[in-house]
Every structure is written in C-alpha cells, then in structure tokens.
Design a protein around this ligand. Structure first.
Ligand code: AMP
Length: 194
C-alpha cells in the first residue's frame, strides 16, 4: 500500500500514520520527523533547515526530494509507505509522481484529513505546551495554516483530478478517525482490487 496523508499542520496525519502502519505493514515516512532528526543530529542540511522550520516556512523542494528519494530507496519502503508531510506544494506533487513512476510504484490512495482551523489552533496549542515545538507557537501556526491554504490545498485538487483523493473527517476520537481512514481505504478501487 502506497498512501499519501494530506492535511493541515495539527490535523492528525502523524498520529494516524503511526496507528495505521502496523495494520498496513508499511513504514510511516514523515518528512517533518526526518527534518527534525537532521536538526537534532546537527547535519549541514539540518542546520540549514532549522531557521526555515522554526519560522513555519517550507524547506526547499530540492532538499526534500533528495531526502525522500533516499528514504524510498531503503528496503522497508519496497512494500509501500504512508507518506506524511509530503507533497506540500504542486512542484512536490509533480516530483513525487515522477519519482514513483521511475521506480514503478504509483500511489494507491490519497487521504485528506479535514479539520477546521479553530480546532487545529487548539491542538497546536496543546502540542506546543507538551512538546515545545517552536513552530507550534500560535503566530507560527497561523503562518503555517496560511501556507497550507495557499500551497498545499492545491495538492488535494491535483489528486482529486486523478481520482485518487478521499476526504476524511479528522475531528473526533482517535479510534473513530482511524476507522474512517480504514473504511476509505477499503472503498479505494486500487486497494479493493488488491
Ligand atoms: P511537519 O511535522 O510535517 O508539520 O513539518 C514540520 C516542518 O518541516 C514544516 O513546517 C516545514 O518547515 C518542514 N517540512 C516538512 N515537510 C516538508 C515538505 N514536504 N516541504 C517543505 N518543508 C517541509
């Protein structure tokens, strides 16, 4: 199963991907987690990315594509993946299409988690208090939501036009949202046909 999870920051992509990966028996690939690991390890790329991330902006497409290409070439991604946080703009969606065509592994499904902005802002406040992520401070969350609306929302349309997009209500108990995603995946023809 090759799945892309779309959704605003704080919509629950990471939480849901972590729950789904066992069932789907594929790795959870979060570009945000990979970048945070690079920042924590102090790699040259991490040092470059940190200020951009703390400001809630997008890291360059070139860096992301290189990182993703490396990750998808690892053995565990041969069985598929849940991609969380990529693609974040149309250029990345195109790059992903080309990359997956090159390795002969097209996407099976794209799920967008829909959560209203007021709920997102509350969730990020809670995460800011718990984890202290600089980009979860309220001003930066508003900037990230603006970038999402401008740059990432068109990615959902890109997949809708290809008949791959399913929109799932991301509000509710974690178990409920997980169940909704699983139902949506069963409805997906690519999955239903194995
Ligand atoms: P996330 O954990 O997915 O919210 O990502 C945290 C931050 O990492 C984002 O606000 C961006 O600065 C950066 N980032 C993660 N994924 C991408 C991506 N696909 N393109 C550009 N920047 C990204």
């Amino acid at each position: 199963m090759r799945l892309v999870l779309l959704g605003a920051p704080g919509s629950g992509k990471g939480t849901q991907a972590a729950r789904l990966k066992t069932d789907l028996a594929v790795p959870h690939i979060s570009t945000g987690d990979m970048l945070r690991a690079a920042v924590a390890a102090g790699t040259p790329m991490g040092l470059k990315a940190k200020a951009v991330m703390d400001a809630g902006q997008l890291v360059s497409d070139d860096i992301l594509l290189g990182m993703l290409e490396d990750r998808l070439s690892q053995a565990d991604a041969k069985s598929g993946f849940i991609l969380d946080g990529y693609p974040r703009n149309l250029a990345q969606a195109d790059a992903l299409d080309q990359l997956l065509a090159k390795i002969g592994q097209p996407l099976d499904a794209v799920i967008k988690l829909e959560v209203p902005n007021e709920a997102i802002i509350r969730r990020c406040e809670i995460r800011f208090a718990a984890e202290g992520r600089a980009d979860d401070n309220p001003d930066t969350v508003r900037r990230r939501l603006g970038i999402f609306a401008e740059q990432t929302a068109p990615v959902a349309d890109f997949y809708a036009r290809r008949g791959k997009l399913q929109v799932v209500d991301g509000v509710g108990e974690l178990d409920e949202v997980t169940a909704r995603i699983k139902q949506a995946l069963q409805r997906d023809p690519a999955v239903a046909n194995g």
